[in-house]
Design a protein around this ligand. Structure first.
Ligand SMILES: NC(=O)C1=CN([C@@H]2O[C@H](COP(=O)(O)OP(=O)(O)OC[C@H]3O[C@@H](n4cnc5c(N)ncnc54)[C@H](OP(=O)(O)O)[C@@H]3O)[C@@H](O)[C@H]2O)C=CC1
Ligand SMILES: O=C(O)[C@@H]1CCC=N1
Length: 282
């Protein structure tokens, strides 16, 4: 992982959930809050960012970019407002030529570069996830051929500071698959924990006990997949005693088409990313 240069001034445009997760992760890793500025229209969100992380905030995107000026701009607004937001900061981007990192689902790097005025603006498209807040993010990244190795290293070092897994993908379309897998992925595990805990509550466990046991099981299973060398299928096999309780549950999952359900969901999310990119292109 390239070394993180904490001297770089980072400007976040949009200070919502995902920006907060990355900022929180960076600050927790020792990134100086004085080198982070966030532009966010919602006053309560600005106040929360300042009080939690001590970062500078403003409601003026162009002013946030110019303050410093920023070496890196991380655009963290919803895909639907991206084009307008880009138009509002294009002049500052053209003037200061920062590295631009977009985390928006679907939006293509080439579209964003055009909205920012083109002219060789360096755009790296990344897909992090909210566990970045606790330094456990997983991030996929794509850069066009025109982005230099130094710029790619800078992007990787920033996302790497809040991610335990970072990977470059060769084709931009694959970022939509990454979005479906790990960008949206935390929600799938939350849904699973919600579902199995709710079932346990119906069977008599107190809600807090069910939630804590289910959440810790999720974490423990994740740690075994990360720390050990066994593949997930082998780890599953080791839990599954012949004719035991796990086998009963797994058979029930399989009989109800669990793998098909999972595949369908990943395909749906990938398709949604592509749709967003197509609908908002140009
Ligand atoms: N949430 C996640 O897990 C992940 C999200 N992403 C991507 O990150 C991006 C942000 O998502 P998320 O953080 O969830 O969304 P949020 O709505 O939480 O954050 C977006 C923020 O941008 C602000 N905003 C709206 N308009 C502007 C503007 N014109 N200028 C500056 N800021 C503006 C919003 O303010 P207000 O609320 O006042 O409108 C809001 O605080 C999306 O593109 C999403 O695809 C990527 C990976 C994971
Ligand atoms: O749901 C979304 O569109 C965003 C992108 C990945 C996670 N949240």
């Amino acid at each position: 992982m390239p070394k993180l240069d904490t001297e770089k001034r980072i400007c976040f445009v949009g200070g919502g959930n995902m920006a907060s997760a990355i900022i929180g992760g960076l600050v927790a890793q020792g990134y100086p809050a004085s080198n982070i500025i966030v532009s966010e229209p919602y006053a309560a969100a600005r106040e929360a960012l300042t009080s939690k992380f001590n970062v500078h905030t403003t409601e003026d995107n162009a002013a946030a970019m110019a303050a410093g000026p920023a070496d890196v701009v991380i655009i963290a607004v919803k895909p639907q407002v991206m084009k307008d937001v880009a138009a509002g900061i294009a002049a500052a981007v053209q003037q200061h030529k920062p590295l631009v990192i977009t985390i928006a689902a679907g939006i293509r790097g080439s579209d964003l570069a055009n909205w920012l005025g083109g002219n060789g603006v360096a755009v790296v498209r990344v897909m992090p996830n909210t566990p970045a807040l606790v330094g456990e993010g997983a991030t996929g990244m794509f850069a066009a051929a025109s982005v230099t190795d130094a710029q790619k290293d800078l992007a990787a070092s920033i996302l790497g500071a809040v991610s335990k897994a970072t990977s470059w993908v060769e084709k931009e379309e694959l970022i939509d698959v990454v979005t479906a897998l790990s960008g949206s992925g935390p929600a799938y595990f939350f849904l699973l924990v919600e579902s199995i805990a709710a079932a346990a509550v119906e069977l008599g466990l107190p809600a807090d006990v069910a939630r804590n046991l289910a959440a810790q099981t999720c974490l423990g299973a994740g740690r075994m997949m990360i720390d050990g060398t066994d593949e997930p299928a082998e780890l599953r096999r080791k839990v599954t005693s012949p004719n035991g309780t796990t086998e009963a549950a797994i058979k029930s999952f399989e009989a109800d088409g669990f793998r098909e359900i999972a595949k369908k969901a990943i395909v749906a999310a990938t398709k949604r990313g592509e749709e967003l990119g197509n609908a908002l292109s140009k």
